[in-house]
Design a protein around this ligand. Structure first.
Ligand code: SF4
Length: 345
């Protein structure tokens, strides 16, 4: 208890109750209680971030696994996860950690102080640090400190997120984040309510827009295409058009195969035809880079130059072969293909 970290962005209310301003749930937390994510606990009128520096998952992953295809391709990233989430997705593939109660699970977590991140990354041949596996927003203070430490050591920083973060929290975090990888799970409030129990999806879209426009983050979008839930043309076209109009046609969109799980166990895996239709919809909307995910060895994993149509990067699973990429340009025709290989200064 004594080493719990005092939470940032907390507002004192009455009778020891505090409000958390990290994500748009804006939890009002009474003494002895926790917020929806369960990673932030009110003890005697002060909110604590009880998972600060406490990790349950540590791995050296290919950056392509996040997935990020236009960001330091072919590198490894030190990937960190803890427990808790501010969503409650009905098909969550990481439910063991996302739905775990941090107040009980923390005793099984291991300490990973910020000062150790750079050495751990170097020992595992990683060029960056990613906060991933569970929702990083609820790990706000640890990421804020960790990302700054990573940058001091020349490491890139990545958030793999549901995008549900307040403007204030993003303003503090995003200047220290190089890549902001966001899940867009549907394109209506009704879909977000049904899938994630979130009433309003606008903060998700707005955080992605702001991360790119205001803070210069490299942004890639992922949509897990779920049969009968979000695989209709209206939803897919809505997401693709939003990306083109609000993030730019050069923004990569990953449409990934859903596998039956938890409350969505009754649904089938996404047919390949649905993913290929999503690619067509994305291209028709004007997107230059639409990728198929969770379908190994499909041509939709490769990067094709949007101008001369030559193969630039061949991917087989997480193996990457640079065929004709020169930095961020097509080696054949010189087209800029939006590949980020620099860290924020
Ligand atoms: S971060 Fe957690 S405690 Fe804070 S508002 Fe979101 S769900 Fe509530």
């Amino acid at each position: 208890m004594t080493d719990w970290h005092v939470a940032m962005l907390q507002e004192e209310l009455d009778e020891g109750t505090v409000r958390c301003h990290v994500c748009p749930r804006l939890c009002r937390v009474a003494p002895g209680k926790s917020g929806v994510c369960r990673a932030r606990v009110n003890r005697d009128g002060v909110l604590y971030a009880i998972t600060y520096g406490r990790v349950c998952s540590v791995a050296a992953d290919p950056i392509e696994k996040k997935p990020l295809y236009h960001f330091f391709p072919g590198t490894k990233v030190l990937s960190l996860g803890s427990v808790g989430c501010n969503f409650a997705c009905r098909h969550c593939q990481n439910w063991q950690i996302a739905h775990a109660d941090p107040s009980e699970a923390t005793r099984d977590l291991r300490d990973l102080p910020v000062r150790n991140l750079a050495v751990l990354a170097a020992n595992n041949a990683c060029q960056g640090v990613a906060w991933t596996y569970n929702e990083p927003t609820i790990w706000f203070e640890y990421i804020l400190d960790g990302a700054q430490a990573a940058h001091k050591h020349g490491l890139y920083t990545v958030m793999v997120t549901n995008g549900y973060i307040t403007e204030d929290a993003l303003a503090m975090l995003a200047p220290h984040i190089d890549a902001y990888r966001v899940d867009v799970k549907g394109f209506s409030n009704a879909q977000y309510k049904e899938l994630c129990r979130i009433p309003d999806m606008r903060p998700v879209l707005e955080s992605a827009e702001r991360a790119k426009a205001a803070y210069g983050c490299h942004v890639e979008i992922v949509t897990n295409v779920i049969p009968t839930f979000n695989d209709d043309d209206t939803t897919l076209r809505g997401i693709a058009t939003w990306i083109v109009e609000r993030l730019g046609p050069e923004t990569p969109w990953h449409v990934t195969r859903f596998m039956p799980y938890l409350e969505f166990s009754h649904l089938p895996p996404t047919p390949l035809s649905s993913l290929e239709r999503a690619i067509t919809i994305g291209h028709d909307a004007g997107l230059q880079f639409v990728y198929i995910g969770n379908v190994p060895r499909h041509d939709g994993e490769n990067t094709i130059c949007p101008r001369c149509r030559r193969l630039l990067v061949r991917r087989t699973g997480y193996a990457v072969e640079d065929v004709a990429l020169r930095g961020t340009f097509c080696a054949m025709c010189g087209q800029n293909v939006n590949v980020r290989t620099t860290i924020k200064g």
